[in-house]
Design a protein around this ligand. Structure first.
Ligand SMILES: Nc1ncnc2c1ncn2[C@@H]1O[C@H](COP(=O)(O)OP(=O)(O)OP(=O)(O)O)[C@@H](O)[C@H]1O
Length: 251
């Protein structure tokens, strides 16, 4: 059973404005010593990437996230993945989460494929025994053979993705978090990856999918959230929400 509650959850991220980072400002600062330190500090700006977002998600919800670039979709997925804590408001999540955003987080280039299976599994919330138990599945699915005994810095980017994807999809989460329906590797592997992902989507109690592709939203989701400027604009059936979002885009 999975359950998620967000109550006025906000995330503020610090950024430097271009004036503060300009070469001219940097040279000035060095020339006048620390005199411009305050000016430099005041160049720190805060982006409200998520602005008092509230919703409840229950078992069976397949939630699409739509919105333009910078709308806050990835930030919301990171909050749901417990990567970002909210800076204000409440986030309560019951259930095991598997997030396919930031796929290779927790992987180390100098460690072997086998060691990385263990490290990534532990990041995904498995214990040592559970991590060992998924090894045969990852071996079979990734088809990396002898390469699993080598440091992963020797892998091509496609091989890295195969490994990261195989591990991340070997666990069966209550809550599945996806950023676009990812295509992984060559055509044959991409087809197997898609099948595996569909199986995972069906088994998960709650699924979130951020996508710019309306067809994916309509195919996989039974509920859609439209984000704009960090604010949740609408929460409802995919067709209605996509229509409202499209109408807003035309204005
Ligand atoms: N690490 C960061 N540091 C500072 N600001 C950030 C960071 N990540 C995102 N932002 C800002 O937060 C806001 C929301 O970004 P977010 O990545 O969540 O949008 P998005 O809806 O996923 O966009 P896209 O569809 O382009 O991926 C944007 O204004 C962005 O510039």
């Amino acid at each position: 059973m999975a359950h998620i509650v967000l109550d006025k959850a906000s995330v503020e991220l610090a950024v430097y404005n271009s004036r503060g980072r300009a070469l001219k400002s940097e040279i000035l600062r060095r020339t006048v010593g620390g005199g411009l330190q305050n000016d430099r500090d005041s160049s720190i700006q805060v982006v409200k990437a998520l602005n008092e977002v509230s919703f409840v998600a229950h078992n069976g919800d397949r939630i699409g996230l739509v919105g333009g670039n910078g709308a806050g979709k990835t930030t919301l997925l990171r909050v749901l993945s417990r990567v970002y804590p909210p800076t204000s408001g409440l986030v309560s999540i019951d259930g095991r989460i598997s997030s396919l955003i930031d796929l290779s987080m927790g992987m180390d280039g100098d460690a072997t494929g086998y060691d990385n299976i263990e490290m990534r599994s532990i990041m995904l919330g498995l214990n040592h025994k559970q991590a060992q138990a998924i090894v045969p599945d990852v071996e079979e699915f990734s088809q990396l053979g002898e390469f699993l005994s080598l440091p992963i810095r020797t892998y091509s980017s496609g091989m890295m993705l195969r490994l990261a994807f195989a591990v991340s999809t070997a666990v069966h989460p209550d809550i599945l978090i996806l950023d676009e329906v990812i295509g992984v590797g060559d055509a044959a592997f991409a087809e197997r990856a898609e099948q595996r992902l569909h199986g995972m989507i069906q088994k998960a109690s709650i699924m979130f999918l951020a996508s710019h592709d309306n067809a994916s939203i309509k195919r996989f989701c039974n509920r859609t959230l439209w984000m704009k400027g960090g604010t949740l604009m609408m929460d409802g059936a995919p067709d209605e929400v996509l229509a409202a979002y499209a109408a807003d885009e035309r204005v």
